[in-house]
Design a protein around this ligand. Structure first.
Ligand code: KIV
Ligand code: ZN
Length: 512
């Protein structure tokens, strides 16, 4: 039987560390359910000791998700580890992932600790964690830039204390594939008890090599766990992307010879959900999940694919959740057709009421847009899920007027805690006027650091998806809104960002 490769998803922890990508407990729970559908082996749900909000998210996910192992990150100290264990109490399978930096630079400048102190703390923490749970992962942070002799000493010691997984992070994305693969191999060869733990790779993408490095860690180094995120989300240039690693190992099974539990049919829906929730748009040419990943524009390619699809296609779009038939539904489509299409796209709505609400929104959209594409349906259900949460601000309607030579005017109606309010403003353009109309009521004082519009399904008939990034008092959030009218989409995105700013402020206030 082929060896198994464990897929460890850290979208909800390392992915969330990306500025503006923070998610609410309910958003994280929704994504965790999608990861469970994908049959991810381990879900790193958060960093329980970092905030009350993160603790609650890890706890909610541990209570709700039963098929995947649920993991919480924790620094190498008793308080963090106890918090992680407490949050994981309801899990069928819970894992504590504890870490401490081992590179000379991090130990000296960041931790201000001697190597002897770091070694002691690593051992003590793994011992403490093993008394609380059976499944303990240890990461030497900045492991790839650590001294090989010292790293061997630390890892041998933590395995002796009972660490069941050893993860080797390339924290700053400095590695190159061959050297990283060799690094893991050397560690496994030199550490006498290395066979007592599963070896894991964790690569950042600063030089665009996170996936290549992870694959080298697997192939050359013998690692059997890969840490990754949906869409490669993560701080700076992000993490190793789940969809790329999974499809590489699957498509090139002839080379890697590894089995995985993953069901790739849910990949596109997961990608869409993470992008919609965090406001991080997926670039069109992104492998596997980008809008162009399976589009053949040149005549030669189209001709080849029509004659025999494997002339230019190495994997099938429908296997990762794209549909072959792109125009899917219209205004005459019924509830059953809608439900079936959702199932084909790998989207499962939790309740009948969620399905009914999504169907109502689908009908409203179909009245305004003759052809509904898969991308529209995915955007619609993601937005529907977001609006199920109790939001402080909710869009009602917008009127705006713009004419060449005149300053645009906008009037907006939205609710604040359920109470309708009206705002009015002019602006440089209709979007500017609409957002200023919102600010005339809310007076958030937030600074807009990013505004972007993306056509969900290509043409001018398409829905526009707008991302707005706001910054206020050191907090950064992204809001997303979609609508065939991009000014309405902009207003929805702005209100969604204000809701996130508010919920972040509440979370900080709750921590005291
Ligand atoms: O990149 C890193 O070093 C990490 C560790 C905490 C595992 O994310
Ligand atoms: Zn990381």
């Amino acid at each position: 039987m082929a060896d198994k490769l464990i897929i460890f998803d850290t979208t909800l922890r390392d992915g969330e560390q990306s500025p503006g990508a923070s998610m609410t407990r309910d958003e994280k729970l929704r994504i965790a359910r999608q990861l469970e559908r994908l049959r991810v082996d381990v879900i790193e749900a958060g960093f329980a000791a970092s905030s009350n909000g993160d603790f609650e998210a890890v706890q909610a996910i541990a209570n709700a998700i039963k098929d995947s192992t649920i993991c919480s990150l924790s620094r190498a100290n008793d308080r963090d580890i106890s918090r992680a264990a407490e949050a994981l109490k309801g899990a069928n399978n819970g894992r504590i992932h504890t870490f401490i930096a081992t590179s000379p630079l991090h130990m000296e400048k960041k931790l201000r600790m001697s190597p002897e102190q770091v070694l002691e703390q690593a051992k003590q923490s793994v011992r403490f964690a093993r008394n609380l749970v059976a499944d303990v992962e240890f990461s030497p942070e900045d492991g790839y830039r650590s001294d090989m002799d010292f790293l061997c000493q630390v890892l041998e010691a933590v395995i002796a204390e009972g660490a069941t997984t050893i993860n080797v992070p390339d924290t700053v994305g400095y590695a190159v594939p061959e050297l990283y693969g060799q690094f893991i191999k050397t560690l496994r060869e030199r550490i006498p008890n290395s066979d007592k733990a599963i070896w894991s790779v964790h690569c950042h993408n600063d030089l665009g090599m996170a996936v290549a490095n992870s694959l080298a860690g697997v192939k050359l180094g013998g690692a059997r766990q890969v840490e990754c995120t949906i869409n490669g989300l993560g701080e700076r240039a992000g993490n190793c992307s789940l969809e790329e690693i999974v499809m590489a190992v699957k498509t090139r099974k002839d080379y890697f010879g590894l089995e995985m539990n993953i069901d790739p049919i849910h990949i596109v829906a997961a990608s869409r959900m993470v992008s919609q929730t965090t406001g991080f748009v997926v670039q069109p040419n992104k492998a596997v999940v980008g809008a162009n990943a399976f589009a053949h524009a040149s005549g030669i390619h189209q001709d080849g694919v029509l004659k025999a699809r494997d002339t230019y296609e190495i994997m099938r779009a429908e296997d990762v959740g794209w549909s072959a038939n792109k125009i899917v539904l219209g205004k005459l489509s019924g509830r059953n057709a809608f439900k079936q299409r959702l199932q084909e796209l790998g989207v499962v709505l939790e309740s009948e009421s969620e399905l009914n609400a999504a169907f109502t929104r689908f009908k409203e959209l179909a009245d305004r847009k003759s052809e509904i594409f898969d991308e529209d349906i995915l955007a619609l259900v993601s937005e529907e899920s977001v609006t199920q949460d109790k939001e402080q601000y909710a869009f009602v309607s917008l009127a705006q007027h713009s004419e060449t030579g005149e300053r645009p005017q906008a009037t907006i109606v939205f609710t604040v805690d359920g109470k309708e309010v009206h705002g009015k403003s002019d602006g440089n353009g209709p979007v500017d006027a609409s957002l200023k109309a919102i600010e005339s009521i809310v007076e958030s004082g937030a600074e807009m650091v990013l505004y972007s519009v993306n056509a969900i399904s290509g043409s001018t008939e398409s829905q526009g998806e707008v991302t707005v990034r706001l910054q206020n008092s050191g907090r950064v959030v992204n809001g997303v809104g979609s609508d065939p009218d991009i000014i309405v989409a902009s207003a929805k995105a702005y209100l969604s960002a204000l809701n996130k700013l508010q919920s972040k402020a509440d979370r900080v206030a709750a921590q005291g």
